[in-house]
Design a protein around this ligand. Structure first.
Ligand SMILES: [Zn+2]
Length: 324
């Protein structure tokens, strides 16, 4: 095994190294840099890249990458773990989904693999893919419900070659979302161009302000550890669910601005029937503007927790079962 260099991080076999990959300078001359954690094993094995916070208000993933960097023992590792705690650095600084310093606010998870001559977000995305993702055998992209939503744990995958990776997450991650409706610009879409299996993990949200924050981090770390066991990077047998539910996901918007009021029995992971009332949108005088009803039989995978909503924003996520 040779030493492993990535940006300013240089890890001898059996060690962990921290460093940065430079992207471009800010107006004040300081650099935008991608932070990297390299846990380099003592024996050959896959290179796993785990990236977080391409949406700047999604911190479960950031904390999970930090946790793995602290707890993975490089002396017991085969292959190399590369953790990127924050990909969209300007968005993270501003505690927002997107980077406000673009001429247009771009959603980074719609423009991968970026462009070297594009807007700032595209340049950051390009460096992430060109210098980090391109080294990977496996990629895991970490997300959550951001500031305004809370999600139950589910694995996203887009292509058949990523299904083994999706199932390897195991634990309580028994809902698999097949195919994101966002075109080819997601992390998974970008990885497909490189032929690298890639998945997304979604759990938690609400800006990390509630008690489920720590629980969500634990679920992410557990799932990523399972993946590393499945692919032989760590000793041990991963725990996997007895069955998986594969779903198409509907991210339902509301048609009226107002205040969101869930029904008393509304709950994540609940199985609902077509026509079931899930939420109401009300105005300042308590009048109901809109009923949010399930358009089909589904499992509830997410909900808006921020009470104020604009027309067209997502209020509930429903997974329609396609296969077991
Ligand atoms: Zn996200």
């Amino acid at each position: 095994m040779e030493k492993y260099s990535l940006g300013t991080a240089c890890a001898e076999p059996g060690t962990t190294a921290f460093g940065h990959v430079p992207v471009v300078n800010r107006p004040d001359g300081t650099m935008i840099k991608l932070p990297v954690i390299v846990v380099h094993g003592t024996q050959p094995g896959p290179t796993l890249v785990v990236g977080a916070c391409c949406h700047g208000d999604e911190h479960e993933g950031t904390m999970s990458v930090i946790r793995l960097g602290q707890t993975l023992d490089p002396k017991k590792l085969k292959g190399t773990f590369i953790g990127v705690p924050v990909i969209n650095v300007p968005a993270f600084h501003n505690m927002r989904r997107g980077n406000p310093y673009d001429l247009y606010i771009l959603d980074m998870n719609r423009i991968f693999p970026g462009r070297p001559d594009g807007f700032l977000t595209e340049r950051i995305a390009h460096v992430y893919f060109d210098q980090i993702i391109s080294r990977a055998d496996l990629v895991i992209d970490l997300h959550c419900g951001a500031n305004i939503l809370v999600l139950t744990e589910h694995v996203c995958y887009e292509r058949p070659e990523s299904l083994e990776l999706a199932k390897a997450v195991g634990g309580t991650w028994d809902i698999l979302w097949k195919g994101a409706p966002f075109g080819s610009g997601t992390t998974m879409g970008g990885c497909a161009r490189y032929g690298i299996p890639a998945i997304g993990l979604e759990v938690g949200g609400a800006g990390g302000r509630f008690d489920h924050f720590e629980e969500s981090i634990g679920k992410m770390v557990h799932g990523i550890t399972n993946v590393m066991k499945h692919y032989g990077m760590l000793e041990g047998t991963p725990d996997v669910p007895e069955k998986y539910t594969v779903v198409d996901l509907l991210q339902m918007p509301c048609n009226y601005g107002g205040i969101v009021v869930p029904e008393p029995d509304f709950a994540l992971r609940k199985r609902v029937k077509a026509g079931d009332k899930l939420m109401r949108i009300i105005d300042f005088f308590g009048r109901e503007l809109e009923e949010i009803r399930a358009p089909f039989d589904a499992v509830v995978t997410g909900r808006r927790v921020y009470p104020v909503v604009h027309a067209g924003e997502w209020v509930v996520f429903l997974g329609r079962e396609t296969e077991e």
